[in-house]
Design a protein around this ligand. Sequence first.
Ligand SMILES: *Cc1c(COP(=O)(O)O)cnc(C)c1O
Length: 467
Amino acid sequence: MSEDIPYAEPFKIKMVEPVFRSTRDERTQWIKDAHYNLFNLSSRQVMIDLLTDSGTGAMSDRQWSALMQGDESYAGAVSYDRLKKTIREITGFEYFLPTHQGRAAENVLFSTLVKEGDVVPGNTHFDTTKGHIEYRKATVVDCTIDEAFQAGLEHPFKGNADPEKLEKVIRKTPAGKIPFIIMTLTCNSAGGQPVSMKNLREISALAKQNSIPLIIDGARFAENAWFIRQREPGYHETDIREIVLEMFSYADGMTMSSKKDGLVNIGGFIGMRSEEIFRAASVFNIMFEGFITYGGMAGRDMDALAQGLHESTEEHYLEYRIRQVALLGKMLTDAGIPVIRPYGGHAIFVDALSFLPHIPRETFPAQTLAVELYIEGGIRSAEIGTLMADRDPVTRENRYPAMELLRLAIPRRVYTDNHMRVVAAALKNLWERRNQIQHGLKILNEAPILRHFTVELERIENEHNPR
Ligand SMILES: *Cc1c(COP(=O)(O)O)cnc(C)c1O
């Protein structure tokens, strides 16, 4: 009987970067000096960095060679033409504007479309999307399906929006006050969960009936397409590029953070079908970003992005990508560690409330777990919990979100499966001695908003557990 051939990454490595090794004693001191805030660590104090998948991916040899062909002309650079052609081929959008990253695309497009008093419904809006809408004194309404908020529930498309919730919003909002519906693919804030084609079709039909444009926040559009192929009946044999084109065919425009599925370290863009919107947005692009043929990007970066968009929509790349995230998820699940199901496209989320149920929420269980994981394995993760949720702007009390999560976001093409095994082993060690993690953290200093970036904490020691 022949043996199954194990899976191997669809690339080989041409250039390497050292991982800075450290001891537990060093890390114990460093995290104390960093006031138990992982954002304050130097990257040299981190062995495996899973803080974010944004702008942290590795470029291919083809992207590096595309970079050398960049045209740095102020106007009419051929790099712009090449990127425009690629965006048209892959997304179908005729018009495009380059921006320096995703939030800049939001800033430019929303300057064009969003007015005070407007309402922008969709599945869970990403923080910067929400920020750019609220900054214009408009509001967002989260219409994600209820299933998305049940951590352990298996559902293939937890990023879907609920058409009934959307219809209710449309019915009770005065005509003309909904500038667009926005769908985020995959839904980052719901745990990197995908949106189905069927859902996009339904939302698009609803939008059309009500003459409301549909915009896609496409940061992880390729990962979304992979999930459609894997999970949605009728798409198992369909080419990824065809799936991508169909997804975008339901939308009137898109914003993109190229730092995710663009496979580059910085960049973004807006894709549009309407020449009128393109003309109006061009004015803001020139004001905020740069002339319309570079908009905050170097010519060489536009060439690297064009190549990146081709690579991120390749089947072998996506198989590798989604499989690696799922491998980490499976190793944790097999060890009995509570994680959000199904596994997301770019990250695994550990349920810190089940991991450390004895740590009171006012002492930040997810952050406590992040600190312990750093000391255990030199692994940097992110807290998505009470610290990040900030205080209520009126009462100044902590806001306790539905879940207290530790996010392990996996950079694209950077770490091998062996690195994932190290992460799993470190978490398993913590899981086995979770009862010895007795105390949480308390705040010494915090900013009035977005406190998690700069907060200073200390360990609660030799104090009785408040519970
Ligand atoms: C990262 C991200 C953005 C913002 O993009 P930046 O490039 O970080 O400015 C917007 N939407 C989603 C879904 C994202 O993941």
